[in-house]
Design a protein around this ligand. Structure first.
Ligand code: DAH
Length: 357
């Protein structure tokens, strides 16, 4: 009897100590099994109660039950305490400092070419033009023939063309269906005439491609904006007035301009449109070839054959068109010395243009 009592008392003390020292919930659980499990120390002790004399059993049984509920109580208390510390630790570690300054999010900005494109869209929008876009992958028929440039015509030399290869051809030869990369935005004139009813007043910004040796002033990939107006009486006078207004909107009120005769197969007559050199102001410098002028676009009255290709009756309608490159406008705007920088995707270069202009 005394031995049994001693064992229980000892257990009471060691169990309390062990539980109080258990570092985490897993350790508490292991102790629970070791004490109260099927072959746990206390369970075994209770089973041994059957071997003590009957007279001693009630007192010992009561003690054993006390110890048991004490152990159970200690287990719960230890678990609760552990949970509390775990929560405290998390709160300390994950604490949000509401007073800390925010992390600035990195806001991107438009590529300088796209800023120029948007500016042109805006100017032409104010002039009543809507935007009409066409595909970069075109057919020879649209890019040349519909624009009054027959196969083998010498004027094709104006556009060094990138041909899409006929699938499976080796060595590669031009695709039989005439698929090419458009060399200018002019084929969109045809698409616009085919899709819209006069009066037509559209601008068509977009990427073009030519077979060029790449250097500071040439790239195989570049941007143009085309313009097309078709109406009963659109005239050369309209074209000239509109372009003069355009130059002032883009380069400022005092901008001096001039028209020169030009040649394009899809316009007749054709003109080149110049502004006073944007670098020297007209005195003559290397940037303008010492002429004092810079050509910014080509234009003219739409050739009747082009109207016909667009499904428009040239006896009823006439039109004017113009086309300009965006790359040079962008270079001049920012004083960028090399066209290749525009396509470099180099953030050290591009992030200089976050202000837009
Ligand atoms: N497509 C011509 C080029 O890329 C530019 C051009 C000239 C467009 C005269 C026109 C135009 O619409 O009338 O060189």
């Amino acid at each position: 009897m005394d031995e049994m009592r001693d064992r229980l008392q000892e257990l009471r003390v060691t169990a309390a100590e062990q539980l109080a020292a258990a570092p985490d919930a897993v350790a508490v659980d292991q102790l629970r099994t070791a004490l109260l499990g099927r072959s746990g120390v206390l369970t075994v002790l209770l089973r041994d109660l059957g071997t003590v004399p009957a007279a001693d059993r009630p007192a010992l049984g009561q003690l054993a039950n006390e110890v048991r509920s004490e152990v159970e109580g200690s287990i719960l208390a230890r678990l609760a305490a552990l949970q509390g510390t775990a929560l405290e630790a998390r709160l300390a570690a994950e604490r949000l400092d509401m007073s800390a300054p925010g992390r600035p999010s990195r806001i991107g900005h438009l590529h300088p070419l796209m800023t120029v494109e948007r500016d042109l869209r805006e100017i032409f929008h104010a002039f009543g033009f809507e935007v009409f876009e066409g595909p970069e992958i075109e057919t020879d028929a649209m890019n040349f023939e519909a624009l009054n440039i027959p196969p083998d015509h010498p004027s094709r030399d104006l556009w060094d063309t990138l041909y899409v290869a006929e699938p499976g051809s080796d060595p590669p030869r031009p695709a039989e269906d005439g698929t090419i990369l458009r060399t200018h935005t002019s084929p969109v004139q045809i698409r616009a005439m085919q899709a819209l009813q006069p009066p037509i007043r559209v601008v068509t910004p977009g990427r073009c491609y030519r077979y060029e040796a790449v250097d500071a002033g040439h790239n195989f990939e570049f941007f143009q904006v085309e313009g097309l107006v078709v109406d009963h009486d659109s005239s050369m006078a309209d074209l000239k007035g509109m372009l003069e207004e355009f130059a002032r909107a883009l380069y400022g009120e005092g901008t001096r301009t001039r028209f020169r005769p030009g040649y394009y197969p899809f316009t007749e007559p054709s003109v080149a449109f110049d502004v006073a050199c944007l670098v020297c102001g007209g005195g003559g410098c290397p940037a303008c070839g010492r002429t004092g002028w810079m050509t910014i676009l080509g234009a003219g009255m739409v050739h009747p054959a082009v109207l016909v290709a667009g499904g428009i009756d040239p006896d009823e309608y006439q039109g004017y068109a113009f086309g300009m490159g965006l790359d040079r406008i962008t270079l001049l705007r920012h004083g960028i010395p090399d066209l290749r920088l525009l396509m470099s995707a180099d953030l050290r270069f591009l992030s200089q243009f976050s202000a837009g202009r």
